[in-house]
Design a protein around this ligand. Structure first.
Ligand code: TRP
Length: 316
């Protein structure tokens, strides 16, 4: 029996945080053996935010090293980058033509950008259509993502249905997988941990950086149990143990933070070291990405031929 298919990606817009890891990326690793997995780098999505050659190149390499360091093994995961497979942008265009403006206006990311009074670029507006193409080209059964991407997977599903209705059965409807209790990992300031708030703990932080981050976590002096510290702590240590420790050390914020620093270090250090190993041979890492792209392209090409045939442009 052939395995079910999994696909997901991350856009390379800066350092990966522990919230990215626990909210989404960890699942890529946990599920890799169970599924035929495609994990990619959404560099064309990142282009909406990163419009600088050097920064783009660095970000792509960084996320590739991150993928390898968290334990994605090219032996059983196809790692690739979006821009290597032109079918993504081609299919996104086709989806644009069957999608209405009001429908895209309902996307959270677009609405948030508008609410902030930003002049939104067309790429940001179309973001869900490129993401639908990313997904649907590979006919995945599941798409593990963070809570913030749930709506985007719904857009992909709707778009598949719409295409199927107009042109006949073509796309499989994908389903998101979202980790429970991982929706609201707080950042250092107590708001949701997010690059845009500048309140993250980087997944590959050095010891000194972990220390600095943890010491700056906001605590409310009335709480007894510092809830932000606890919420981060439970990611890296068993909750039963933690409940006991936090009960014993009520009000001792400094001690609790010191313990969190040690627990984070224990968790991060092995991955951080692995990442350094991979970083010693960048050409080797890039070769993995390139080979993954060649493999993924074969799948995307077949689906795209079917699409061109269905919409009527394939006349020879
Ligand atoms: N939008 C996702 C993010 O922020 C990245 C992404 C692009 C993605 N295309 C995807 C995730 C397809 C899952 C499936 O980070």
């Amino acid at each position: 029996m052939s395995k079910k298919v999994l696909l997901s990606g991350v856009k390379p817009t800066g350092k990966v945080s522990i919230a990215n890891y626990f909210g989404a990326m960890k699942q890529f690793v946990d599920l890799a053996n169970e599924y035929e997995s495609y994990i990619f780098i959404a560099d064309y999505h990142a282009l909406n935010f990163i419009q600088n050659k050097k920064e783009m190149q660095e970000n792509i390499t960084d996320i590739l090293l991150d993928y390898l360091a968290i334990g994605l093994d090219p032996k059983n995961v196809t790692l690739f980058k979006q821009s290597d497979i032109l079918e993504h942008t081609e299919l996104a265009w086709i989806f644009d033509t069957i999608t209405t403006v009001p429908y895209l206006e309902r996307a959270h990311a677009y609405k948030d950008a508008m609410a902030k009074g930003k002049e939104v670029n067309v790429g940001t507006f179309n973001y869900p259509m490129l993401m639908a193409a990313d997904i649907l080209l590979y006919s995945p059964d599941v798409v593990p993502v963070g809570q913030d991407q749930k709506q985007h997977v719904e857009y992909a599903r709707d778009t598949a249905q719409k295409f199927n209705r107009i042109f006949g059965e073509t796309f499989k409807l994908p389903k998101e997988i979202i980790m429970k209790d991982r929706e609201n990992i707080p950042g250092l300031d107590g708001r949701k941990m997010s690059k845009s708030y500048n309140n993250t703990i980087p997944l590959f932080a050095e010891y000194e950086e972990i220390k600095k981050c943890v010491m700056s976590i906001v605590t409310d002096s009335g709480e007894g149990i510092p809830k932000n510290v606890y919420a981060i702590h439970k990611l890296v240590r068993d909750e039963k143990e933690l409940e006991k420790i936090y009960a014993e050390k009520t009000g001792k914020y400094k001690e609790l933070k010191e313990l969190l620093i040690e627990d984070l270090e224990k968790f991060i250090a092995p991955m951080r070291e692995k990442r350094k190993e991979f970083a010693k041979d960048i050409p080797k890492a890039l070769a993995i990405l390139k080979a993954g792209g060649e493999k993924a392209k074969k799948v995307a090409e077949v689906k795209m031929e079917e699409v061109r045939e269905k919409i009527g442009v394939k006349i020879y």
